[in-house]
Design a protein around this ligand. Structure first.
Ligand SMILES: [Zn+2]
Length: 337
């Protein structure tokens, strides 16, 4: 009996201590739970092994740093690089620590490097100017292409990543800065003092354009100076053809048209006649001794319009004949003689 009673006593005591242990565990869970609920965990933040401060909001702080690295908010920033990422160590019951999230953020990003992304417009591989977007760069190149800019083959777009942001140029300004007129004009005819007159050719061309009309020889004579040739009496290319003939020889209209100039403006042409044949085609007869037509007069092909002379910048009597289309002088020998 004694042993049974003793065993019973032990069993009761054991049960009591189990209850006690359970009670202790429950209260411990409660205490920890309270701590977790009411005390935010504090993180000690280190940068390159050095403690830089404390944060209660680890995820918020790190998100802000990540945002800096991807740098979406700032214009033309491609991405940013930081020297080192912070490390976090939890310290549960550190209540005296002051939070300094902003300071930590400044420390992390302060040593960072920002990379800007933008576009350079290059000419012969030289960076000429910069724009913010590819769309703008494309717009500039397209416009130059459209305008047939002379340098279009040399123009390129380069994507730039740089720590330094360049000054941008507007699309409009870029186009006007880069545009280069094509040198259609190989030579501007004589440097006469009255350039306002449309009587002067704006350039010469060796090609043979379609004039749309057939021409006859204005005088019969000997060619004394060819188109575009240079000789001792000229310091410029020759914009016409010289046909030597004796003074007073009749000059015929090479084709029908309207006389748009007949006179002498004191320049190298002396007395001369310009006939417009339509479609931008003109013929010019210079160094005449006499002019037999007046401005506005219609002439037929073969009409005698003037006589050979040596007025103006001439070396002996001859006809200086020019054939032009849209202001450009073409070689008369492609059409007459
Ligand atoms: Zn000439």
């Amino acid at each position: 009996m004694f042993t049974i009673r003793a065993l019973e006593k032990i069993a009761i005591g054991f049960r009591t201590s189990i209850k006690l242990i359970i009670l202790i565990i429950i209260s411990m869970i409660l205490v920890v739970g309270m701590i977790v609920l009411f005390y935010h965990p504090t993180y000690e933040v280190s940068l390159n092994g050095e403690v830089v401060g404390y944060t209660a909001n680890k995820s918020e702080l790190q998100a802000k740093i990540n945002e800096y690295i991807s740098s979406q908010e700032e214009k033309n920033v491609a991405f940013a690089q930081v020297d080192a990422m912070p490390t976090y160590r939890i310290c549960l019951l550190k209540n005296d620590a002051t939070m300094n999230d902003d300071e930590i953020y400044e420390k992390v990003t302060g040593n960072g490097t920002k990379y800007y992304k933008y576009y350079a417009i290059t000419e012969e591989k030289d960076e000429k100017l910069y724009v913010a977007t590819f769309k703008e760069a494309e717009e500039i190149v397209d416009s130059l292409k459209e305008q047939d800019s002379a340098n279009i083959d040399e123009i390129g777009i380069v994507e730039k990543y740089d720590t330094e942001l360049k000054k941008f140029t507007s699309v409009e300004k870029s186009i006007s800065k880069l545009y280069e007129e094509r040198p259609v004009v190989t030579y501007v005819a004589y440097n006469y003092s009255s350039p306002s007159a449309s009587n002067y050719s704006t350039g010469t061309s060796y090609s043979k354009v379609e004039l749309g009309i057939s021409l006859i020889n204005p005088v019969s004579g000997v060619i004394t100076s060819r188109f575009a040739s240079r000789d001792s009496v000229r310091d410029h290319e020759h914009t016409g053809l010289d046909i030597g003939a004796s003074e007073g020889t009749s000059i015929k209209a090479a084709a029908s048209g309207t006389v748009t100039y007949s006179g002498n403006c004191g320049d190298g042409y002396g007395n001369y006649v310009v006939i417009s044949h339509g479609n931008g085609v003109q013929t010019l007869y210079a160094h005449c001794s006499r002019l037999l037509v007046s401005e506005g007069q219609s002439v037929s092909q073969g009409t005698i319009i003037a006589e050979v002379g040596e007025t103006g910048n001439a070396y002996g009597p001859h006809l200086h004949l020019e054939i032009r289309k849209n202001g450009i002088s073409y070689d008369p020998e492609n059409y007459v003689y």
